[in-house]
Design a protein. Structure first.
Length: 279
């Protein structure tokens, strides 16, 4: 055990599979009033509360609005908001950084993203692939099959606007995985979410780096942080924290590295842990 619950000054939580309850479709996942109340009570004691999620602003912002959030890492850390009370949806999706510096974007030029997409398609025709930038998905497949409410546009990766892309997304078929791994350019890191969504990111756009940046911003030693997660993309964040807590429904690899395990997401495990250890 690396940390001490009593010394926790900052709590970091993933959303899907961790803080949110499951549902039949992605859009219906939800947070309970018990979790909202526990986090509010925790925040009232002076503990910072941070959300780190793979979700873009379009599907993550609604939960930020429900909670007393001090910082947010969207898109696995490709967009970091140090002052959510100063942000609104338009600002977060504009692609322009505010003068006060409370937003940080960690991505790569859209021209480079297009180059990579065209290369991968030349090697693997039929691969479902796209670019996420400013909360628009530029893809060669119908995004609504996976997410009903996200904005998207068909592209051949020759007409994507200039800008800073957040990530490349792919839904490879199982038989494509091994081949695809050999084709990933060296200037990208691979993150796999929920066993199907591949994300190519700037190597600095990850939950561990976001945790370090946010802890430094709020002058909180990593030893005084507690992080909660369930999926492979959460592992480094949990390892980096003073206490890494896996919800009981986590991927087995996450359970194997966690300092401790709390009840499952559908049992309000994060709220239960807060109630037991910090309130």
């Amino acid at each position: 055990m690396r940390g001490n619950a009593a010394a926790t000054s900052m709590l970091v939580a993933d959303l899907d599979g961790t803080l949110l309850h499951d549902a039949q479709v992605f859009e219906d996942r939800f947070i309970t009033q018990r979790s909202v109340d526990a986090i509010r009570r925790l925040h009232d004691t002076g503990v910072k509360f941070i959300i780190e999620t793979a979700r873009p602003v379009s599907t993550g912002y609604q939960f930020v609005e429900k909670l007393p959030v001090d910082g947010v890492a969207y898109l696995n850390g490709a967009l970091i908001d140090f002052a959510p009370v100063s942000s609104d949806y338009g600002m977060l999706t504009s692609g322009e950084m505010p003068a006060d510096g409370h937003l940080m974007k960690i991505g790569f030029p859209s021209s480079r993203a297009c180059e990579v997409c065209r290369f991968l398609l030349s090697e693997m025709p039929g691969l479902k692939i796209g670019i996420v930038m400013d909360d628009v998905r530029y893809t060669n497949f119908d995004v609504s099959v996976y997410w009903k409410t996200q904005t998207w546009r068909y592209t051949d990766f020759k007409d994507v606007p200039d800008g800073v892309s957040d990530k490349i997304i792919m839904f490879p078929e199982p038989e494509q995985w091994n081949r695809l791994r050999t084709l990933i350019p060296a200037d990208f890191d691979v993150h796999i979410s929920e066993g199907s969504l591949w994300m190519l990111m700037n190597p600095q756009a990850n939950k561990e780096h976001a945790l370090q940046v946010l802890a430094d911003h709020f002058s909180v030693p990593l030893s005084q942080t507690a992080s909660f997660g369930d999926d492979l993309v959460d592992i480094d964040m949990l390892r980096c924290s003073g206490r890494g807590v896996a919800v009981a429904n986590s991927n087995p690899k996450v359970l194997s590295i966690a300092d401790e395990v709390c009840p499952a997401n559908n049992d309000d495990g994060v709220a239960q842990w807060i109630e037991t250890h910090l309130l």
